[in-house]
Design a protein around this ligand. Structure first.
Ligand SMILES: Cc1ncc(COP(=O)(O)O)c(C=O)c1O
Length: 364
């Protein structure tokens, strides 16, 4: 019996079959979320290894609530609090787990979650687990959110609004007005900063930094370490109370092994590097954005460049043509996005001449 044969055939027929691939390592990578190119910096790896060698144990061994919480986690959390000016922080195994932890635990009975329709799949999955009500609003549409809040017929216990700082597929930034709406409605604002921390803001800290919003008790920032921070894992920043509540109610935190010590230590090394080099990094980001503007006439606000193609087959074809030339770009198909796109990441380790060659190719 070939289990799932029928389902797989349906996926194949609609050109939606996904397959993980071992791409040639010599390809120039414009597909991954290693925005700042830190994943290939051997000096940062060496520094981290030296630091970790001094530890008695190198693996987390258990949940943070048993005996898995280490100095490595604690120091990184403190660093994140200082930089981002939040009261408290907690590291989590991954961004996916962080969204499950946050949404599943924070939305209690008689609470309402308002969530952007383009919020990450991990958050959308978590909405199926909540006890309270869930309302989806149109992407980045503050008017739709306001209308939906106004239409409430009973007063909820709490309102939680969930947005992303920079959206993973479109690369667009959530408007500041979401913060005003949260304040005006006494709501908690949860911002997934997977694609914004390390990329936008005066100090490259992300969405709150970009709009110069001083963190308040109603703010929650979730950030991932697998993207600009060049490692793996995630963190949550919030008030003492909210972090304490997560420690008491969020299942991925309570029942999952603590984050990998190596990954947290690497993210810490990388974050220090990033903060030291932020002037240079910001200049490089602006330069790459200017190249995209010049050749593709696209105003990009982050390092994600979505080029709409609209056809699942065609995006794969374009990706293959670029592979032939030595470049790897993302080919994102339906149903991940509503219309198929080439997702090009203008990573900072890409040489100017290579970036120009790719954007010229995509122009035609
Ligand atoms: C917006 C957003 N949130 C969360 C995640 C999940 O983070 P992680 O890859 O660390 O599990 C991703 C991953 O792509 C993402 O794009």
């Amino acid at each position: 019996m070939n289990y799932y044969e029928k389902e797989l055939n349906i996926i194949k027929k609609s050109n939606r079959l996904r397959k993980r691939k071992l791409f040639d390592k010599n390809l120039i990578d414009l597909a991954s979320n290693d925005y700042l190119g830190l994943s290939t910096k051997k000096s940062l790896l060496k520094k981290t290894y030296k630091k970790l060698k001094k530890e008695k144990s190198f693996s987390p061994k258990s949940s943070v609530l048993v005996n898995g919480y280490s100095n490595i986690h604690n120091k990184f959390e403190k660093k994140l609090c200082r930089l981002n000016k939040f009261e408290s922080a907690i590291v989590v195994g991954s961004g996916f787990l962080a969204n499950i932890a946050l949404i599943e635990s924070l939305i209690r009975k008689r609470d309402i979650l308002f969530i952007d329709e383009q919020y990450h799949a991990s958050g959308i999955l978590a909405t199926k687990l909540v006890q309270g009500e869930v309302v989806v609003f149109k992407h980045n549409d503050t008017e739709d959110l306001k209308n939906k809040i106004s239409a409430l017929t009973s007063v909820p216990n709490r309102i939680i609004i969930a947005i992303e700082g920079v959206y993973s597929m479109g690369g667009d930034i959530a408007p500041k007005e979401f913060d005003d709406i949260a304040t005006n409605n006494n709501a908690i604002l949860l911002v997934d900063e997977a694609h914004s921390s390390g990329v936008i803001g005066k100090s490259l800290l992300g969405w709150f930094d970009y709009y110069d919003i001083k963190p308040q008790p109603n703010h929650i920032k979730m950030g991932t370490l697998g993207k600009a921070y060049g490692s793996y894992g995630a963190y949550i920043l919030a008030s003492y109370n909210i972090i304490s509540f997560l420690e008491n109610r969020a299942k991925p935190i309570i029942y999952g092994t603590a984050p990998s010590l190596f990954d947290i230590a690497l993210a810490h090394t990388n974050l220090k590097f990033l903060q030291k080099q932020k002037k240079k990094i910001k200049k490089q980001i602006a330069q790459n954005q200017r190249i995209v503007k010049k050749y593709l006439n696209l105003d990009v606000e982050s390092l994600i460049v979505p080029i709409e193609i609209g056809n699942n087959k065609q995006v794969i074809q374009i990706q293959e043509e670029l592979i032939e030339k030595g470049y790897l770009v993302g080919a994102i198909r339906q149903p991940t996005v509503s219309k198929a796109i080439i997702r090009m990441i203008i990573k900072l380790d890409i040489k100017k001449k290579d970036l120009i060659e790719v954007v010229r190719y995509l122009k035609n």
